[in-house]
Design a protein around this ligand. Sequence first.
Ligand SMILES: Cc1cc2nc3c(=O)[nH]c(=O)nc-3n(C[C@H](O)[C@H](O)[C@H](O)COP(=O)(O)OP(=O)(O)OC[C@H]3O[C@@H](n4cnc5c(N)ncnc54)[C@H](O)[C@@H]3O)c2cc1C
Length: 397
Amino acid sequence: MHDVIIIGGGPTGSHTARRLAEKGWKVLVLEKKAEAGRKTCCTGIISRECIDTFEIDSRAILRELNSSVLFSPFGNTLHLHRKETQAVVLDRSAFDLSIAAQAQLTGAEYQFDSHVTDVSITSQHANITGLREGKYFQITSKAAVIASGFNPGLSERVGLGASKDYAAGAQAEVEAPSLEETEVYFGDMAPGFFSWLVPTSRGKARAGLLSRTEPGTRLNKWLQRLAEQGKIVSHDVKLSYGGIPLKPPHRTYSERLLAVGDSAGQVKPTTGGGIYYGLLGSEIAADILNRALADNDLSARRLASYERAWRRKLGRELRIGYWARKLFERMSERQIDRIFEIIKRSGIDEALLKAKDISFDWHSRTIMSLLKYQVISRTLKVINLPFKANDIDREQR
Ligand SMILES: Cc1cc2nc3c(=O)[nH]c(=O)nc-3n(C[C@H](O)[C@H](O)[C@H](O)COP(=O)(O)OP(=O)(O)OC[C@H]3O[C@@H](n4cnc5c(N)ncnc54)[C@H](O)[C@@H]3O)c2cc1C
């Protein structure tokens, strides 16, 4: 019998598998695709911090990024530039394959084309049911980890509940020969969210957007606009789609069961980036599960320490990020434009960059710094913050 079965061989499932296999546990990863990294809808931007923390294989990096231009709805721009590399764009397929390969090297077993349809928990086991080559199979383990990405169906079926809020993303690979830096657009193409054009390699770019509704229709329209402006060569391209949880599900553990990554809502609510937070969540999941297996205590009470630990690490970011996301969604295009003007005119962008307050991963700091400028909080009509000012000051030191 396997000690742990992991459902999903994306970055967080494979990272959890690797860490548990390193500790000597018998781990099986069930992945519904034929191979890790196939057909993934993701821009693949991660920070320097993520690369260093998780020693990401440099062969999966397509390009380094150190500057970006933000466009307001009415054409105001903010240019954010730093000498050092801030982030990189990954070849998502190569990245997923490399993490899966590391897990396999440490002894984790993978079964592909294996679509898990149900997980049931007894006092002795986790029973996994799935479909492979049109036939149902059943496997038993001591514990299971749900790492199946944005997949509310499975999380709900096992009683963890679905993510309480989510966005829909659409993306396309496009030809953009003269694109030098990342471009981010706010406005009617992605109301309440944003769209992006990110250079990858040799004249190519990823163009995408997030939205609450009709991401495909919106992206097609925006691509047409970009083609008319000469920013991309053709707009007749294949789109891919993905959901992004903006809030964690009700619970991310139960007896013999943990959820990690997108399945646990470990995603930045501001941008939808989930790779780094998901890997951080996986690291914690593997550590808690390792100790719980060693003590032969896989009770819900024991595994609750997983949720406490990952929320200690990410909870504040998720809370403030989600609050900022809702605030942003309520802003009119005029207000967004006005904030651009204020930031530019008062040199707030330069001040934040110099103070190193803009972190690619930890957005609460930037949000708090911006709100400390009264001209901004007044424009946004922010009177009461849902967190204590003292906490903010402590964080800033
Ligand atoms: C348009 C878009 C752009 C994005 N851009 C970025 C970005 O630039 N940077 C960033 O950090 N994040 C980005 N994200 C988010 C990022 O893709 C996710 O946070 C990340 O992939 C989460 O990893 P995961 O391992 O939790 O889930 P996934 O990567 O989704 O992996 C889940 C795996 O589980 C498998 N699976 C699902 N259901 C089952 C089942 N029932 N049985 C067996 N296997 C199953 C899937 O096939 C998949 O391989 C983006 C998302 C979208 C939609």
